[in-house]
Design a protein around this ligand. Structure first.
Ligand SMILES: Nc1ncnc2c1ncn2[C@@H]1O[C@H](COP(=O)(O)OP(=O)(O)OP(=O)(O)O)[C@@H](O)[C@H]1O
Length: 356
């Protein structure tokens, strides 16, 4: 691994008032890989990013890059931030308002001979698609363009690793996902290794090769978007990523048969055996796209709420047995709140958890 975090913990404060903000996080990034840390406010993602940058000491574990130890909890040894070869991009861009776009990008490479510096700035302007804006001032550009300059400025120094802390959070939601895709393309073009922090899952999906879901200082899962969505490792990940509910289920027999309030689930091959849970009783995750609207189904549910999402509605439904489920339904099926509609489960990946 190019970057390796090995059981990293970070505490703030001393003695009795010490607070564990990051708790034993391990993860690895290979060269050219883009990792994303996602999680609710206060889960420790910024602390972890700052520790990689060398801005926060770690209390346990190690941060290594290219096998060099950058931070060591046991000895307290830390390589200084400026000696790590790491670049950072922040939420607020931190551009110099009185300097042109080109001068902002050149700022961190003043040590280079002039010709080389000019060539590097031109290369970076091309890379982020702002070559025709070189002489303008930052405030004359849009938020998305300013964030590209901040990216160009960080990349101009040719860091071994780029860290980005909520780089798009001050931008419009629509722009965020698009810019995330653009930034991914830019980073891939130059083979950069990067670690992002965000709380926006669409942004994380758009940019990350590997995504880590953090909760209360712990890394609950580290994997690609598909795995997080379809094979969440914990209840927290299942709830944090995508829309879904847990519903009680009974597993019986071999191969397993899974009975739910919506009837039996097919494709239960990967489901654990009944012995995995007391009496075979567990909770099963039902995603909104696991529930299909079907007028012919004998299972009926009443629409409690509906949210228009363009191509589809997200319906919140209540079964006669009292269970709540969510369903994505094509938006030409425009039913009214209070109406009963037929539904059936169509679950590709049966995800189960201990009953709560
Ligand atoms: N300098 C500090 N001193 C004391 N506690 C801190 C400090 N920085 C962060 N914390 C605490 O550590 C925990 C993790 O904070 P952190 O900023 O890493 O979380 P986060 O996931 O990045 O949150 P957000 O998305 O809101 O930025 C929080 O409880 C926070 O209050």
């Amino acid at each position: 691994m190019f970057l390796q975090l090995d059981r990293v913990s970070i505490s703030y404060g001393q003695g009795k008032s010490a607070k564990l903000a990051v708790d034993g996080v391990s993860l690895g990034l290979s060269v050219g890989q883009i990792g994303v840390l996602i999680g609710p406010s206060g889960c420790g993602k910024t602390s972890l990013l700052r520790a990689v940058a060398g801005l926060e000491p770690i209390s346990h574990g190690q941060v290594r890059m290219e096998r060099n130890v950058l931070s060591d909890g046991a000895s307290g040894r830390q390589v200084a931030p400026e000696d790590r070869g790491i670049g950072m991009v922040f939420q607020d861009y931190a551009l110099f308002p009185h300097m042109s776009v080109a001068d902002n990008i050149a700022f961190g490479i003043k040590h280079l001979p002039k010709a080389e510096r000019t060539a590097r700035v031109a290369e970076m302007l091309d890379l982020v698609g702002l070559a025709h804006n070189a002489k303008r001032l930052p405030h004359q550009l849009s938020g998305g363009q300013q964030q590209r300059i901040a990216l160009a400025r960080a990349l101009a120094r040719q860091p071994k690793l780029l860290l980005l802390d909520e780089p798009f959070s001050s931008l419009d939601v629509d722009l965020r996902e698009r810019l995330a895709q653009d930034v991914r393309a830019i980073l891939k073009q130059i083979g950069a290794t990067a670690l992002f922090v965000t709380h926006d899952q669409l942004e994380a999906f758009a940019i990350g090769d590997a995504i880590g879901v953090m909760h209360q200082g712990r890394l609950e899962q580290w994997g690609d978007a598909y795995a997080l969505y379809h094979r969440p490792a914990t209840r927290f990940v299942a709830q944090f990523i995508g829309h879904g509910v847990f519903t009680p289920a009974q597993i019986t027999g071999t191969p397993p048969h899974v009975e739910t309030p919506l009837g039996p689930l097919t494709d239960a091959d990967e489901c654990p055996l009944p012995s995995a849970y007391p009496g075979g009783q567990c909770d099963v995750l039902l995603r909104a796209d696991d529930i299909v609207h079907d007028d012919d189904s004998t299972v009926k549910a009443q629409i409690e709420r509906k949210a228009f999402r363009g191509s589809e509605f997200l319906y919140t439904l209540r079964l006669a047995s009292g269970e709540q489920v969510l369903a994505h339904v094509p938006s030409h099926h425009d039913h009214q709140v209070g109406e009963w509609i037929g539904i059936r489960p169509q679950v590709d990946h049966v995800v189960t958890f201990a009953r709560q």
